[in-house]
Design a binder for this molecule. Structure first.
Ligand code: NAD
Ligand code: ZN
Ligand code: ZN
Length: 342
């Protein structure tokens, strides 16, 4: 079968032919319908070394139809359309027992890795899923439009839920970076809260998308941005940084007000300076990662209710390397989605 792999450190994604996997006991084989392309893959491919073996089949946003069930798997029908919950954990530690496999206490020790970030991922004609609990039935949702919700939806949703008590009437949420995650994040804030949304990006096209999906105000993310946002708000109640480089972390902290939540979601390597007297009283800086299984179910319910509309660009599997190039160049409008069997 065809798969898109990161094969060696410093390399670029390549379309290769690999053996079609077979489900072992307890596993599920999916025929992949759609797989989203995340900026985290570009970050991983820039690291001088990776904490897992290569080659790696990319893609940690996946949706497909059940192709075959390994021994002992029950509760799924062959042909059923499902989304993959990506942050696999051990399933039994305290965090996993709460459905928060994204915060599994034993994943590192047991070398359990998400598909596309250590285990073979979704940008392939078929993918193996280690346990049926990682699958959420799509129940009529279009897999192509909604596959990004497994990360570009779930991650902002988890971050926003953590800051929701701050987002009361009259409050402001600042969204920095309105690409894949950010343009969904704007919609989720609008769906979950009465907060005013101010969105910032370096690209005018991304700001256009932010306005289209519900941002009340948009601003160019430059050296004047922090001052402008402070003038508009006096300090925002919640800030979501979907970039995470030093400039945006500085911006996020600079626009945060008293008793605010600063959610650093982007993995650009920036760090925040926090200390008494340095920041407004009771400002919290948090680094949320992905989301829980129940939150994925909730995000999919929001999509079913019509509250989130992911903007997608679709590509065949042979075009997947071009999708990564466009993402790297900041040219993707919303999320790039690969159709490995389409
Ligand atoms: P993306 O490329 O689709 O979007 C990034 C956006 O940020 C683009 O619109 C770009 O124009 C904008 N941007 C770049 N520099 C900026 C700046 N200085 N100020 C404002 N905007 C700027 O990327 P994505 O797939 O949405 O991922 C966003 C970030 O979140 C990445 O760092 C990714 O690795 C990370 N991520 C984190 C988690 C997590 O669990 N914490 C999960 C998924 C992705
Ligand atoms: Zn991701
Ligand atoms: Zn666990």
């Amino acid at each position: 079968m065809k798969a898109v792999q990161y094969r060696e450190v410093g390399g670029s994604p390549e379309v290769v032919d690999v053996p079609e996997p077979e489900p072992g006991p307890g596993q599920v084989l999916l025929k992949v319908t759609a797989a989203g392309v995340c900026h985290s893959d570009i970050a991983v491919m820039s690291w001088p070394e990776v904490p897992f073996g290569l080659p790696l089949t990319l893609g940690h946003e996946g949706a497909g139809t059940v192709e075959a069930l390994g021994d002992g798997v029950t509760g799924l029908e062959v042909g059923e359309s499902v989304a993959v919950y990506g942050p696999w954990g051990c399933g039994t530690c305290l965090e996993c027992s709460r459905g928060k496999e994204n915060y599994c206490l034993r994943a590192d020790e047991l070398e359990i890795r998400p598909p596309g970030l250590g285990a073979p991922g979704a940008i392939a004609e078929y993918m193996l899923v280690d346990d049926p609990r990682h699958l959420v039935p799509l129940k009529g949702l279009d897999p192509v439009q909604n596959v990004p919700l497994t990360d570009a939806g779930l991650t902002p949703y988890h971050a926003i839920k953590g800051a929701l008590p701050k987002l009361v009437p009259g409050s402001t949420a600042v969204v920095i970076g309105t690409g894949g995650l950010g343009h969904v994040g704007v919609q989720l804030i609008r769906a979950l809260s009465p907060a005013r949304v101010i969105a910032l990006d370096v690209s005018e096209e991304k700001l256009e998308l932010a306005r289209k999906v519900g941002a009340h105000e948009t601003l160019k993310s430059d050296e004047h941005a922090a001052g402008r946002v402070r003038e508009m708000t006096g300090g925002a109640e919640a800030v979501f940084d979907f970039v995470g480089v030093q400039a945006t972390v500085d911006l996020a902290v600079a626009v945060a007000g008293v008793d605010s939540a600063v959610m650093l979601v982007g993995i650009g390597g920036g760090t925040a300076r926090v200390g008494f007297g340095v920041n407004p009283y009771d400002m919290a800086v948090r680094t949320p990662y992905w989301g829980s299984r129940s939150e994925l179910i909730e995000v999919l319910e929001l999509a079913r209710a019509g509250a989130v509309d992911v903007h997608v660009e679709t590509y065949s599997i042979d075009e997947a390397p071009r999708a990564y190039e466009r993402l790297h160049a900041g040219r993707v409008d919303g999320r790039a989605v690969i159709l490995p069997n389409g």
